[in-house]
Write a protein that binds this ligand. Structure first.
Ligand code: FES
Ligand SMILES: [Fe+2]
Length: 349
C-alpha cells in the first residue's frame, strides 16, 4: 500500500501551541506541514491563526503586533481581524476585497490551542467519556524526527507493544470504528518490562492493563486505561514532511473537592510522567520511519492494515495543494528532548 510522504493533510484539528504560552496580545509562529501561520491572542483573549504570509507583499505576520482585536503586519501596518479580513490600511485607503488571509478555526481545550485545517470543522475536539468539569496537566511537548502519521500509526501496530514496550498481549487487539473520523484499538496485556515506569506501574498495583486508544482525524489520540482513573491526550502536528511536534497531557474527568483537590496535580504529574516514559522508546525507534509497508503479516499486522485504510479514507483539507507547494522538507533532526519551555517560536525548529 503506497503511503505518500507528500500527501494532503486530513481535514482535522491540529494542536498549535499550549494556551499558556500564548499570552494576551502575543503572536507565535506556528508551522503546519511546512506552511507558516501567525497564531495570536487578541486584547480580549480571543485566539486566531492566520496564514503568516501577508497578502500585500509577503511580510511575515508572525513578526507583527497585536493591536486590540487585530493583527498588524510589521511591514506596512495593514491590520487583519481574526477571520483574516483586512480591516485597516494606513492612510485610510480603500481596502481591496482580496486583502485577506486564510484563517484557521481555533478552539482552546485541555490547555491547548487547536486549529482546524480544512474548510469547516465537521467534528469537535473529542471529549473524554463522562467528563464533567475536567482537570488536566500541562502538556509535555516533544519534537520527533518522523512524520506524524508514523507516530499515530504506531498506536495501531499490535506487534510493537511486545517488541518496544515489553507488554505481553493477552489476546489479539481489537479495532472499532465510530465514524469516518474515528478509529480505536483495544488491547489487554501484562506489564512485564523492567524499565522504571513498568516497575512503578507494578508498584502501584497495575501489573495488567486494558487500554483503549481512540484516534480522531488522525491527529488527536485519547487513551483510556481500565486500571487508572486518569486519561491521556496525545495531539500531533506535522512541522514538515520529516518532523512532528507531539503534545502529551493527562486529564481527570472531574475536579476533586476539598482536600482531595490538593493531590490532583500530583496525580496528573505522575500519570503524565508514566505516559511520556511509556512513549519514549517509540520516539527512539520511529525517527526516520516512513510507514510505507511492503510486507505485512496476515493476523499480526491486521490492526495496522486497518489503520492504514482508515488513514487513506480520512477527508482531506481542501487547501492541501497550497500546503504541498509550500512544503520544504528540511533535514530530519534527532530530538527526543522535551522542547525548551516556553516555546519561543518555530523559525529555527
Ligand atoms: S507586506 Fe504586510 S502590509 Fe505590506
Ligand atoms: Fe508505541
Amino acid at each position: 500500500m503506497s503511503h505518500s510522504s507528500n500527501e494532503v493533510l486530513p481535514a482535522a484539528w491540529y494542536p498549535l501551541c499550549r494556551a499558556g504560552d500564548l499570552e494576551t496580545s502575543r503572536v507565535l509562529p506556528v508551522q503546519i506541514q511546512g506552511r507558516r501561520y501567525a497564531v495570536w491572542r487578541s486584547a480580549s483573549g480571543k485566539v486566531s491563526a492566520l496564514d503568516a504570509t501577508c497578502c500585500h507583499v509577503g511580510a511575515d505576520l508572525s513578526r507583527g503586533a497585536v493591536r486590540g482585536e487585530t493583527l498588524q503586519c510589521p511591514l506596512h501596518h495593514w491590520c487583519y481581524g481574526g477571520d483574516g479580513l483586512c480591516v485597516h490600511i494606513p492612510g485610510d485607503r480603500a481596502i481591496p476585497a482580496r486583502a485577506r488571509q486564510d484563517a484557521l478555526h481555533c478552539v482552546e481545550a485541555y490547555g491547548l490551542v487547536f486549529g482546524f485545517v480544512g474548510k469547516t470543522p465537521d467534528f469537535d475536539i473529542p471529549r473524554f467519556v463522562d467528563e464533567v468539569d475536567p482537570v488536566w496537566s500541562r502538556a509535555t511537548v516533544v519534537d520527533v524526527a518522523a512524520p506524524y502519521t508514523t507516530l499515530v500509526a504506531n498506536s495501531f501496530d499490535g506487534q510493537h507493544f511486545a517488541a518496544v514496550h515489553d507488554r505481553e498481549l493477552l489476546e489479539p487487539p481489537q479495532i472499532t470504528r465510530a465514524n469516518v473520523h474515528h478509529i480505536a484499538i483495544h488491547y489487554r496485556a501484562n506489564v512485564i518490562g523492567q524499565r522504571i515506569n513498568d516497575r512503578m506501574m507494578r508498584a502501584l498495583g497495575i501489573d495488567r492493563v486494558g487500554v483503549t486508544i481512540h484516534c480522531w482525524g488522525g491527529s488527536v489520540l485519547q487513551v483510556y486505561n481500565e486500571r487508572t482513573a486518569n486519561t491521556i491526550l496525545v495531539a500531533l502536528r506535522p512541522l514538515d514532511e520529516q518532523r512532528s511536534r507531539v503534545y502529551i497531557l493527562t486529564a481527570l474527568k472531574t475536579k476533586a473537592r476539598g482536600v482531595a483537590r490538593l493531590f490532583q496535580p500530583l496525580h496528573l504529574a505522575v500519570a503524565r510522567w508514566l505516559a511520556v516514559a511509556f512513549l519514549r522508546p517509540d520516539m527512539g525507534v520511529l525517527e526516520g520511519v516512513t510507514m510505507r509497508p511492503r510486507v505485512l503479516l496476515p493476523g499480526t499486522d491486521d490492526c495496522l492494515l486497518t489503520w492504514l485504510r482508515y488513514w487513506r479514507s480520512l477527508p482531506r483539507a481542501e487547501q492541501g495543494d497550497e500546503l504541498r507547494e509550500r512544503t520544504s522538507p528540511g533535514a530530519a533532526r534527532s530530538s527526543f528532548a522535551p522542547v525548551a519551555e516556553p516555546l519561543s517560536g518555530e523559525r529555527t525548529a
